[in-house]
Design a protein around this ligand. Structure first.
Ligand SMILES: Cc1cc2nc3c(=O)[nH]c(=O)nc-3n(C[C@H](O)[C@H](O)[C@H](O)COP(=O)(O)OP(=O)(O)OC[C@H]3O[C@@H](n4cnc5c(N)ncnc54)[C@H](O)[C@@H]3O)c2cc1C
Length: 453
């Protein structure tokens, strides 16, 4: 939607092909059904939305850019890093914040040599269908085909010559264009390309070694309780309630050999804090008594720490086709292979322990860690640990051996097929992906304009 609107504003004629309608329906969502092999994960038929405006219809609005070092290759993880740097996306940050209706303020603050306080912004959250509804209706340069599913891409002489689409009444039509952009989300981009590539006998993605591969999420879990001797000013940010967020510095992260992780500290109600201080009375009576005295003066807060963290990009985590089940237009369902690795486990255990140590040293408070974090144990298997953030599968790379699109989001080996969305992320940092998706979408608008003019 961002790229389409940008191109229309630049004077191009654009057609959006959208599989869903204006509203959410069970029938449409059922087309997104699929199996997950590996760790427990959300029901795929509801992990993204198949309707106009896509998943922006139920995103949470948490917005933060990737860290500068997320674009670099981590010394311990050779498959991380982007072919572009954050300075390639910086020029689009102001316009992205305008679209998401948030201030462009994301300064980190160094708290200790290894710990920084980070800053989220919270979109209302903007739903792209409502945001652009009036714009879509006000121009004939933009046509929206609802309830129309992309079912094929025809390749001729190294370029897409037409897109094949099935309408709700099963009528098939095709679209000729100078340029095509596939933005179906970071599961569907892989699923559709795998299927279309099979149909074209490999002429679409000529080097398909990494197609569907290196799929990533942001594992998400509660990682501790925090009693802190600080007033409410500690929780400067907040969306659903007062909160503050932290991450290790790049140097600490590299020294400890871990990926990036975000620790989000959320203030709890007085009654919960009192319970925790009462627990502390049994283990450390002197400290407990002192805190109990401060609690009634409002000088102690309790907070829960949850984290979403970077997952190691691994070839084994991938989107595949399940040929035994077809959707209504005959495309195989998705089979998502997803597992957290030892590096993923270590990242959160090491980061949270470092945070707890730094907090204790600075005498701001005390952190109580769950046993698996304190004892360097296995991640408990019983819960889904995801953030609904889908990334990878068609990663950006300079070489066709390493990814599917080049640094300008053009599919390697083709002249006019671009990909949009977080499927192109080669590594995911901890940042919620939408802000980066919009930055990339605006940059893509400029690239297509350059290519066509
Ligand atoms: C519950 C939840 C909370 C979230 N919270 C946050 C958050 O706080 N912050 C954040 O940054 N991110 C959040 N996200 C993630 C965010 O919503 C997504 O990363 C983002 O919306 C992806 O945008 P996209 O345009 O790439 O894909 P989508 O929004 O999924 O859009 C893809 C579109 O393609 C259409 N489509 C698919 N297949 C076809 C086809 N064959 N033919 C035609 N059309 C097709 C779909 O119908 C859809 O409209 C959240 C996600 C969920 C589910």
């Amino acid at each position: 939607m961002t790229t389409a609107v940008d191109l229309v504003k630049k004077g191009y004629d654009v057609i959006i092909v959208e599989a869903g309608g204006r509203n959410l329906t069970g029938e449409s969502q059922a087309q997104f059904a699929g199996e997950v092999v590996g760790d427990r994960y959300f029901d795929l038929s509801f992990a993204r939305l198949r309707m106009f405006g896509g998943t922006s219809n139920h995103w949470g609005g948490y917005s933060i850019p990737l860290d500068r070092h997320d674009f670099e290759t981590h010394p311990n993880f050779p498959d991380t890093g982007w072919p572009i740097s954050s300075s390639d996306l910086d020029p689009y940050l102001d316009a992205t914040c305008e679209i998401l209706e948030i201030p462009n303020r994301f300064e980190d603050e160094l708290i200790t040599p290894s710990l920084r306080r980070t800053q989220f912004q919270f979109s209302t959250p903007v739903k792209f269908n409502f945001k652009y509804d009036e714009f879509c209706r006000s121009t004939d340069r933009l046509r929206v085909c609802l309830n129309s599913t992309l079912t094929g891409l025809s390749v001729k002489d190294g370029a897409i010559d037409r897109a094949i689409v099935k309408a709700a009444d099963s009528a098939e039509f095709s679209i000729d264009a100078e340029c095509f952009v596939l933005c179906a989300g970071a599961i569907e981009n892989s699923r559709l390309l795998l299927w279309f590539n099979q149909q074209s006998e490999g002429r679409l993605v000529q080097n398909s070694r990494s197609l569907g591969r290196y799929w990533m999420e942001h594992p998400h879990a509660n990682v501790g309780d925090f009693i802190l001797e600080a007033g409410p000013e500690f929780f400067r940010d907040g969306h659903l309630g007062p909160q503050a967020s932290f991450a290790l510095t790049k140097e600490a992260q590299y020294n400890l050999g871990v990926l990036n992780a975000h620790l989000i500290v959320e203030e709890q109600a007085y009654a919960t804090t009192k319970e925790w201080v009462a627990d502390l009375l049994c283990i450390a009576p002197a400290l407990g008594e002192r805190l109990m005295g401060l609690l009634d003066k409002n000088l102690v807060c309790g907070a829960r720490i949850r984290s979403l963290w970077e997952q190691e990009p691994r070839f084994e985590n991938h989107v595949a086709l399940d040929a035994t089940k077809l959707d209504d237009v005959g495309i195989p369902h998705v089979e998502l292979h997803w597992k957290k690795s030892e590096a993923d486990r270590r990242t959160i255990v090491v980061t949270t322990n470092e945070f707890a140590r730094e907090i204790a040293k600075s005498e701001v408070g005390r952190v109580r860690l769950p046993n698996w974090v304190a004892d360097d144990g296995p991640i408990p298997p019983q819960k889904v640990m995801g953030s609904w953030h889908h990334m990878g599968g068609t990663r950006m790379s300079d070489s066709p051996d390493q990814g599917i699109v080049d640094r300008n989001l053009l599919v390697h080996g083709l002249r006019n097929l671009y990909l949009g969305g977080s499927s192109v992320f080669p590594s995911g940092g901890y940042a919620n992906p939408t802000l980066t998706i919009v930055q990339l979408a605006l940059r893509l608008g400029d690239e297509i304009d350059r290519m066509l003019s």
